[in-house]
Design a protein around this ligand. Structure first.
Ligand SMILES: N[C@@H](CCC(=O)N[C@@H](CS)C(=O)NCC(=O)O)C(=O)O
Length: 305
């Protein structure tokens, strides 16, 4: 089985969503530390422009966005399942809500509190990343609103735990728990375990300790150069375009793929795979040769070139 390589940095909450999944599965994985701001010169040959954190590599296949990364980990390390039979839709739907709603309110709470202490290079990078100026004063003024939203949204998760179940969907941890751990971990790491609004959400507090206890699996650090060499020595796995896809796109078309929210850097290449879950684009780079970059379908825009 091809090794899985996570490109990430310690402080990334979306990377923590993946690391806790690797912990639950006690999976063996390789770790490449990447910068938390652009430029990312050793990541770009793999992704072709996609700049967000984390990115998963398996040989010459590159998986962007945790929506898809988690599905790929589930396929490669099936036990214990994070998408148990019959609950996939629920778990993935909850994860989508958490990633797209709770996460941003948690960012508002954290950045409002610590924004003025962050380096200028970080603020400049995140302004470009989000398309909105990183203004520490405005962020601080908006903390009450962000905290209210975090409180209201997290209360929905708190209510799911109200019957005493240990995890959001019942007796075992699922993708939904890993997704929720991302914003909860972020607030706890940056502001402490009793930061508001977590101080009003005791069940989430206990649940997050349960999640923390899973650790991060069996990690082995490698260099970015080693990861590039692994990609160069490998061949991408075969992919296929669904002939019944509503877009009418066909294999071989030149396309660009871009996230619809932040870090909107398009990745161009030849369409080799397409389904409701995934867009796969083949590209070539001098440092890594032929690679296929995979994106989730939800939240990504495809344009023909
Ligand atoms: N939808 C993406 C969101 C990833 C994301 O926004 N990650 C943050 C870090 S937690 C990021 O990329 N920040 C800018 C950077 O690392 O360059 C996913 O699920 O992977």
């Amino acid at each position: 089985m091809t090794d899985i390589i996570l490109h990430h940095y310690a402080g990334s909450p979306f990377a923590e969503k993946v690391r806790v999944a690797l912990g639950i599965k006690q999976a063996a994985w390789k770790s490449v530390d990447i910068p938390n701001v652009m430029p990312k010169p050793n990541l770009m040959p793999l992704t072709g422009g996609y700049r967000k954190t984390p990115v998963l590599q398996a040989g010459a296949d590159i998986y962007c966005d945790t929506q898809l990364i988690m599905m790929e980990i589930e396929k490669r390390v099936p036990a214990p399942p994070l998408l148990s039979m019959g609950r996939e839709g629920e778990a993935r739907g909850l994860a989508m809500w958490i990633d797209r709603n709770i996460f941003w309110s948690a960012v508002g709470v954290v950045m409002g509190e610590i924004g003025d202490k962050l380096p200028e290079a970080f603020k400049k990078d995140r302004s470009e990343f989000s398309g909105r100026s990183f203004d520490a004063d405005k962020l601080r003024a908006a903390v009450p609103m962000a905290r209210d939203q975090a409180y209201a949204q997290l209360s929905l998760a708190e209510a799911m735990l109200a019957d005493g179940r240990p995890y959001l969907l019942g007796a075992a941890p699922s993708l939904a728990d890993c997704a929720l751990y991302n914003p909860v971990w972020f607030i706890k790491e940056r502001l402490g375990p009793t930061a508001s609004p977590l101080d009003r959400l005791p069940r989430i507090g206990i649940w997050s300790e349960r999640m923390k206890a899973f650790g991060g699996g069996k990690r082995q650090n490698i260099t970015a150069t080693e990861a590039l060499e692994i990609a160069k020595a490998a061949r991408p796995a075969p992919a296929s375009v669904d002939a019944n896809d509503p877009s009418g796109l066909v294999a071989g078309q030149k396309v660009s793929v871009v996230p619809d929210d932040t870090g909107k850097v398009p990745v161009s290449g030849e369409l080799v795979g397409l389904s409701a879950n995934r867009i796969s684009v083949a590209r070539n780079d001098l440092r890594v040769g032929d690679v296929v970059v995979h994106f989730p379908r939800a939240g990504f825009v495809i344009q023909t070139l």
